[in-house]
Write a protein that binds this ligand. Structure first.
Ligand SMILES: CC(C)(COP(=O)(O)OP(=O)(O)OC[C@H]1O[C@@H](n2cnc3c(N)ncnc32)[C@H](O)[C@@H]1OP(=O)(O)O)[C@@H](O)C(=O)NCCC(=O)NCCS
Length: 395
């Protein structure tokens, strides 16, 4: 974007597109956070009529961070909708991502149709966990010997390292960069963020941040005053998980419930003693293999699986991806050679769901998105199996 006038035009489109009754300064701050250098716009003559941000990021797959272009804040001026502007913007973004060497692209969609039409597929889910503070139960008394204190200046480097250690063992978790950490350490519109760390042998082994959200029972007789909206949770091990849950439960005299972004195998959820919690699907995130071979070579693979997958990939939007090749796994390493019999047929869109471990070959086959022999499907299931793909961030 070139100047203050263009920035003001984008600001108006953002505020209108995302339904925010905020002052323009809020949209300005938003543009600052995404980084003006990451913003791409479409102009009609000299006027900005659409925009998005291409956030440089990475996601862990098989223990390795794979570069991805995070698509953020896609917004089309209402007067220009319904004529292919968003699709064109996305095609350009994909071409730029590929040229930049990022083999993946990730986004949260407002509508699947648009993003599927350019090759994205659901590849993971985010859930909202909610539990009454009083139901955290026996973990309330656990692990109090571990000390907790408010986060202090200079702690972030250790927290980042701790987060990274946990994230690398998960599929889909973000390798958090400046944008992601900024949203956690300075969440928009939150005045009072409470950040705590757990300490063992003078090292930070846990981190939790929350703000007080209104409780649905506030004002009712014996109602709670607030809920805890937890925006990040990191723990080195099960004992730290218990200590953080205890710290959260210790707000139970006035607090009602705790909520956080979670997944079915989240240790903070698994540590709850009983079934009195809710886990609601909030959204699915979508993945695009911008460079199919690059994405397969960049990720980590299970050491125990070896074999040759004869893939035949189709891709209408990025035809460079459309080819038959053999993916060979051995000792946790992948190699690719052209050709093969192409017997495992799928679109790059279907491959995105398989890549993250979210969609099994069985599910893809049932949808008609993958075709191949049972042997090849079973081998694919073993190759792409891994922890459930989810992450705590939103972008
Ligand atoms: C959603 C949005 C980006 C679409 O922009 P657009 O320029 O009108 O989209 P396009 O004309 O390029 O449409 C491409 C495809 O997207 C889908 N699509 C577009 N608008 C849609 C809508 N409101 N609901 C469902 N699908 C939609 C259609 O499949 C369409 O293809 P088709 O017309 O061949 O069926 C635009 O309405 C917008 O800015 N909305 C507000 C903000 C938002 O939702 N941003 C996306 C955040 S992820």
């Amino acid at each position: 974007m070139n100047d203050a006038r263009e920035r003001a035009e984008l600001r108006t489109i953002l505020l209108e597109s995302f339904g925010a009754n905020d002052a323009p300064t809020v949209a300005d701050e938003w543009i600052d956070r995404m980084g003006i250098e990451n913003v791409r716009v479409v102009r009609d003559g000299a006027t900005v009529v659409a925009g998005l941000a291409l956030l440089p990021m990475a996601q862990f797959f098989g223990g390795v961070p794979v570069r991805s272009s995070g698509i953020h804040a896609v917004a089309i001026d209402p007067g220009y909708r319904g004529r292919g502007v968003a699709r064109e913007l996305m095609r350009n973004a994909l071409a730029e991502s590929r040229a930049s060497g990022a083999p993946l692209s990730t986004l949260f969609a407002s509508t699947y149709a648009l993003y599927r039409s350019v090759g994205y597929e659901r590849a993971g889910a985010t859930f909202r966990a909610s539990v009454d503070l009083a139901r955290i139960g026996s973990s309330r008394t656990a692990a109090r010997h571990l000390s907790v204190r408010r986060e202090a200046e200079g702690d972030q480097a250790q927290i980042t390292e701790l987060y990274r250690e946990q994230a690398h063992a998960r599929n889909g978790f973000l390798e958090r960069g400046a944008f992601a950490w900024d949203r956690i350490t300075r969440p928009a519109r939150i005045q009072a963020l409470h950040s705590w760390v757990v300490v063992r042998d003078r090292a930070i082994v846990g981190s939790v941040r929350w703000y007080h959200g209104p409780s649905p029972s506030k004002g009712k007789p014996a109602g709670s005053y607030y809920d805890l909206e937890i925006i990040d949770l990191v723990a080195a091990d099960a004992e730290v998980v218990a200590r953080i849950l205890t710290l959260v439960a210790d707000h139970g005299s006035l607090g009602g419930r705790a909520h956080w972004t979670s997944g079915p195998d989240d240790p903070f959820l698994l540590a709850l003693p009983d079934r009195w919690f809710e886990l609601a699907l909030v959204d699915c995130w979508m993945l695009r293999l911008v460079d199919v071979e690059g994405a397969l070579l960049a990720r980590g693979w299970p050491k125990a699986v070896s074999g040759r997958l004869h893939l035949s990939v189709s891709d209408d939007v990025l035809p460079q991806n459309a080819k038959a090749f053999v993916l060979e796994l051995a000792g946790g390493k992948a190699s690719i050679e052209p050709g093969g019999d192409g017997s495992l047929k799928l679109t790059s869109r279907a491959l995105a769901g398989l890549y993250s471990g979210y969609l099994s070959p069985t599910a893809l086959h049932a949808c008609g998105w993958l075709d191949g022999s049972l042997d090849q499907r079973e081998l694919a299931a073993a190759c792409f199996a891994g922890p459930l793909p989810w992450f705590r961030d939103r972008f």
